[in-house]
Structure formats: structure tokens, C-alpha cells
Design a protein around this ligand. Structure first.
Ligand SMILES: [Zn+2]
Length: 84
């Protein structure tokens, strides 16, 4: 089965999370703090979390793998290989 889409979805999730957190931290560090940047950054990071729950799933059994920080080589639920 094609696992490229799974990797693409995981990459998009990572991009949303890290860029959102970067925007939020930048907003918080500015003097005076830029509150809209903080909230936009947190919203983008939250979208990254939601994106992961919706799209980063095992192509075989549909498990969300939400507990894993990185993309595992094998599905924790059905144990099928995800890295081919
Ligand atoms: Zn699975």
C-alpha cells in the first residue's frame, strides 16, 4: 500500500505545529508582546494537531497514531510496516 501520502500528511502536520509555535513565541518575545501573533500562532499549532488526528492514520487499519511524536516504522495497532 502507498505510504507516501501518510508521510506527506505527517510533514504538513509538523510544518503547521512548528511554524505555529514559532509565530507564537515570536509574538510573546516582542516588547511589548504582540498578542495577535501569539493567538494566531497558537491557532495554527492547534490546526496542526487537528490535522494530525484527521489525516495521519495508518493506511491499513485507520489507527490515528496520535500518541507517537514521530511517524513510527510499524503501526502500533496492526503492526504492519509503514516505511517502504
Ligand atoms: Zn495499522
Amino acid at each position: 500500500m502507498d505510504t507516501r501520502k501518510l508521510k506527506q500528511h505527517f510533514l504538513i502536520h509538523q510544518l503547521l505545529m512548528w511554524s505555529g509555535l514559532a509565530i507564537a513565541v515570536l509574538g510573546a518575545l516582542m516588547k511589548p508582546a504582540v498578542l495577535w501573533m501569539l493567538w494566531v500562532g497558537l491557532a495554527v499549532a492547534f490546526c496542526g494537531l487537528v490535522y494530525r488526528v484527521i489525516f495521519v492514520k495508518c493506511p491499513y487499519c485507520g489507527d490515528t497514531m496520535a500518541g507517537n511524536r514521530t511517524l513510527p516504522r510499524h503501526c502500533p495497532n496492526c503492526k504492519k510496516e509503514l516505511d517502504d
